[in-house]
Design a protein around this ligand. Sequence first.
Ligand code: NAI
Ligand code: MG
Length: 506
Amino acid sequence: MTQTDDRHTTVDLSAYPISEATAHRLRTMTIGHVIDGVVVGPGSSGTLPVYDPSTGRAVASMAVAGPSEVEAAIASARQAFEDGRWQFLDPLDKERRLRELSRLIAVHAEELAELDVIDGGILRVYSGFIAKFAVDGVDYYSGWPTKLQGSIPATPGDIVVRATREPVGVVGLIMPWNGPSAVVVAVAAALAAGNSVILKPAEQTPITAVRLAELALEAGIPPGVFNVLQGTGDVAGAGLVAHPDVDTIAFTGSVDTGRRIQAAAAARVKRVSLELGGKSAHIVFEDADLDAAADATAAAVWGNSGQVCTAGSRVLVQRSVHDRLLERIIDRSKGLTIGNAFDPTAQIGPLISADQLDRVAGYVTIGRDEGAELVLGGSRIGDAGYFHEPTIFAGVDNSMRIAREEIFGPVMSVIPFDSEDDAVRVANDSEFGLAAGVWTQDVSRAHRVPRRLKAGTVWVNTYQAVYPSVPYGGVKQSGHGRNLGAESLDDFLQTKSVWTRIGAEP
Ligand code: NAI
Ligand code: MG
């Protein structure tokens, strides 16, 4: 990639349908690290361009961490943890400051949403949803500091044991690009548990992380408690994983990178939690409301252009309703407007990068070569930006690569099945286990099938619903640990048993 020394925007922002405030912010802000409460610009490791996926043009440039920035961010988080400026703050005070962060994110939601559209290529409508999710998630975790508690295990009478729950220490959060502002929810969970954090955003979407850390400072979260380290996976990401002063890693992203992180963390027996990919089965039974199922199965692969870890990319349809459902899915998919993520009429936006577009196009070729029937789409669009048509393969066999590998793009594989047993067997025949969907109006089946599915989330007669209190994560190679809910806190806490001998009972 080309290096550039221009810290500010390289295209004319007046052409962008963004507020004057956002344009001004983008012109003047440094897309840098946030270390010990200070935004730090590019150092000796230089910069990378930040691309707008809707146009393929560079809109800004970002700082890239080298080893010295990695050290500085970790030292900042370590110091902040050890001196107790956050860890030992009155829990009510922690709650107030986290709640203030949520309030400030709400105040700046429009700006954050606009910035997510610029570097993430996220449809403007969906970026609003992401910003709202950030507000709700931080609000949810802001209630936790006063509710954390340990236990007093049963012991012989001459002993008292307090099992306390303590923060792990310094948390490295390594995050993907498909919902940039939403990463603050994981930050809030780690902070609610009393830790210090180093957020490593994806190098494709560096912008809102800086704003979120600034808002945290404004909310009264002390400097050094929420740091941001910008840069590549190889240097910034791997640097956090390898460093002895980072106590745990929470990662969201691809299986390959997750595997590499878990292996590297093993060298120090470091805890990791991993939210990885999926090849989620979206199962439609013959007794389903077919209109609702068609709406949902289409939305579950076209939403965010398929760049969602829970994309329902394998649609399993009972043979008796196969043709009717497929026709309805095609109907809902063929007229969709594909365009610039800022265009309010666009229903499908760009993919994140030229690499991702190549990857998706590569899978379309693979699907054709494997003998699947291309019934919709199949092509890239235009020569500017990274657009791909919604693409449907029918007659897919579950052994094909387009049924087994995460594509992370608008590509649906439709697989017919005969019986309920059949559906469960095919759904579970995957290395992944992130999510599944079930469409049925039979109340027994609606309870029976989810029990048999190997997935961290099963949605029945709905899909991709999320709520901050509901745990979210995978089984099998979709990872371990949970985001959201009380369970997410478990990844950021450790138990200490304190024994006190009080002498024999009288
Ligand atoms: P990635 O998993 O490599 O990147 C995610 C994050 O990990 C980024 O912040 C990156 O800088 C960091 N990273 C990369 N290599 C690292 C390493 N060795 N050590 C520590 N951190 C590292 O995903 P990428 O390259 O952006 O996309 C590749 C594919 O991954 C996509 O095509 C898609 O299929 C899948 N993906 C899945 C996601 C999900 O939520 N399931 C999210 C993003 C990508
Ligand atoms: Mg990668």
